[in-house]
Write a new protein. Structure first.
Length: 560
């Protein structure tokens, strides 16, 4: 027997898993990786836990909504908008997820929606039995009691009722009767569904006929519209071609204009650069000229003011003497004449003259104050220039102390030498350091070679010329002391090279020299082997870091 059901059929699956998911007697179906979902998909990682939701409407149709999944839902290769329901139609293809390796290939899970699919009853029974089995495994003990006769021992009923007669044939007959009864009930339900499905099919066929009529009318109307549209399209294409030609001509003119503008911009930029350079030169010259002119003008003003003051002083003194003489003469004459009116007039004139003299003295004081102010301004400007120069020199000295300073002696480089690790030190300081450790004092990398950096020495010497005299004298003293110390070290090294180190009383010297130098060209000068202190271990290989001889290591060197 076969029945027609509303279901989802899985497409493109090679495995023997269930392919049909019935939707009848349900109002909502959730698809995802979660085990509690109605349709659980565990064979793909690209499916969300609750990927999509199917809901049944009142008229029996179904809708699908994307539950804000990671990889989305597609219906007939059309991406759905999250959280917006989409009405499913018969034969719609539902695509879930994307493959992890190639996004352009087919989706991971594909279902096809069917409103009435013909399915065998056995297949429905298998699906329902699988689901019932999964539900019965989680259900309570009360449900499991009905099926105790399947799992318990066949003699369990005889054990409970020892007087009852047990036979397997009776048990099998009972089971068969129950199965037939259930099968008949299912058949009746299926026949009812078939009748309902037939009625639905008849209604759908009538609706399809009406739809076909409407489609034919729509096709005729669409053909007419297409002809009109073709004519309009031809006219529009002609207009577009004309517009394209006009646009091409405009673009050509624009390109020419842009090239001309670029050339003009380059020329203007070059002119501006030249003008800027000329302006900077002129500005420097103008500043120098202005400084010289201002200084000259200030000097000239000072001289002129001084001359004017001296002239005014002399003139005032002469006028004062002359006026005093005149007054004395007039007073004598007036006294002789004993004329009071004249005396009063003379006194008034004297007061006026004194006022004039006081005014001139005030003017002289103002001129002196102006001279003092000009002098103070000149002194301030000179002080500001000196301060600026001192600031520059101090900043320059700080930079030299931080960047051009030996990290061993904390002084400026003297005979700067750079190591293989590109760190620089004084020649004397790094020589003393290498006698103790053959590692860089900063990065602790092994020292393989060292070179003199003459550029640093010349740069430091030139920069020291701009420093203060105290710093110059200190550097000279330090260089002389370093030269003396280096001379002492050089003399010691020469003595060690010319004369071998004298052994002690308890030391034994083994000279291994090459007697035939002509035969062995690859052998170098003979190496001196000196025994170290008693009780100190020596492995029999290598040289001492302290004296350079073989026969002992630095911890037992006799020349420490």
């Amino acid at each position: 027997m076969a029945t027609f059901i509303c279901c989802l059929r899985r497409v493109g699956e090679i495995s023997n898993k269930r392919r049909i998911e019935p939707l009848e007697n349900k109002s909502e179906v959730i698809i995802g990786r979660h085990k509690e979902n109605a349709i659980c998909i565990t064979d793909s990682v690209m499916i969300s836990r609750k990927h999509a939701v199917l809901k049944k409407l009142q008229d029996g149709s179904w809708t699908i909504t994307d539950n804000k999944s990671l990889n989305g839902v597609k219906v007939n290769d059309k991406q759905l908008i999250p959280s917006q329901p989409y009405l499913l139609k018969d034969g719609d293809r539902i695509q879930l997820g994307i493959p992890p390796n190639n996004a352009s290939s087919e989706p991971v899970v594909v279902f096809q929606y069917h409103t009435c699919l013909r399915v065998k009853c056995k297949m429905i029974d298998k699906i329902s039995s699988k689901r019932k089995h999964s539900e019965d495994s989680v259900s309570s003990k009360s449900k499991c009691v009905k099926y105790d006769h399947v799992f318990k021992h066949p003699h369990s009923e005889q054990i409970r009722n020892p007087g009852a007669v047990w036979s397997p044939s009776l048990q099998m007959k009972k089971q068969l009767e129950e199965q037939e009864r259930l099968h008949q009930e299912k058949l009746k339900a299926a026949e009812k569904e078939m009748e309902e499905m037939r009625k639905r099919l008849e209604e759908k066929e009538a609706a399809q006929k009406e739809m076909l009529k409407q489609l034919q009318e729509n096709e005729e109307r669409i053909n007419l519209e297409k002809q009109d549209q073709k004519q309009k399209l031809q006219e529009a294409e002609n207009m577009i071609s004309e517009m394209v030609q006009a646009l091409k001509e405009r673009e050509q003119t624009k390109a020419q204009m842009i090239e001309d503008i670029r050339q003009k911009e380059e020329e203007a930029r070059l002119k501006l650069e030249q003008q800027r350079a000329n302006m900077e030169e002129e500005r420097k010259k103008f500043e120098e000229e202005m400084k010289s002119e201002v200084q000259k003008q200030l000097q000239e003003k000072e001289e002129l003011l001084r001359q004017q003051l001296t002239v005014q002083r002399n003139a005032l003194l002469e006028e004062k003497e002359r006026i005093e003489k005149d007054l004395q003469q007039e007073m004598e004459r007036k006294l002789e004449e004993k004329d009071k009116d004249l005396e009063n007039r003379l006194l008034k004139e004297k007061e006026n003259l004194e006022k004039i003299i006081s005014n001139k003295e005030l003017e002289q004081k103002m001129l002196e104050s102006q001279l003092n102010e000009t002098k103070i301004e000149n002194e301030k400007t000179k002080e500001q220039m000196l301060k600026a120069r001192e600031d520059v020199l101090t900043n320059f000295a700080d930079v030299m102390e931080t960047e051009l300073q030996c990290s061993i002696c904390n002084e400026l480089f003297i005979q700067a030498t750079s190591l293989n690790c590109s760190h620089s030190f004084c020649a004397y300081c790094i020589g003393q350091w290498i006698e103790k450790k053959k590692e860089c004092p900063i990065c602790r990398s092994a020292i393989t070679f060292k070179n003199r950096s003459i550029v640093l020495d010349s740069y430091i010497d030139r920069m020291v010329e701009h420093l203060s005299e105290e710093m110059k004298e200190n550097r000279k003293i330090l260089i002389e002391s370093r030269k003396e110390e280096q001379a002492v070290i050089d003399e010691k090294q020469k003595s060690l090279q010319t004369h071998r180190v004298p052994p002690r009383a308890h030391d034994v010297i083994d000279l291994s020299s090459s007697e035939d130098e002509d035969e062995d060209e690859d052998e170098e000068d003979s190496e001196v082997s000196v025994e170290g202190e008693d009780g100190v271990y020596y492995g029999g290989y290598g040289q001492c870091f302290n004296c350079g001889h073989r026969g002992h290591w630095a911890n037992g060197c006799p020349f420490r």
